[in-house]
Design a protein around this ligand. Sequence first.
Ligand SMILES: [Zn+2]
Ligand SMILES: [Zn+2]
Length: 83
Amino acid sequence: MSENGHEPPSQHRHEWELLTRMKGCHSWKSVYNCKSCTARLMTFGEHSGKYDPEFPFAKEGCARCAALAEGAEPRYELSVIER
Ligand SMILES: [Zn+2]
Ligand SMILES: [Zn+2]
């Protein structure tokens, strides 16, 4: 029995709204804010020559672009910041 008035945060379902998207030559990053609380979601991913045959951002002279175009495993990260 809770008498201090605190709601368990696990009852809340975030509604993510895209705030900003940034594109690099071989990666992208998106930031979302929850519409109904102050949480923030960030995703980061890399393009891959293996899964993404067009690989539109491949840049000459970038070592990571070259590695990804040759089949290196792309990274993907997702993090939620509860504030
Ligand atoms: Zn939320
Ligand atoms: Zn690159």
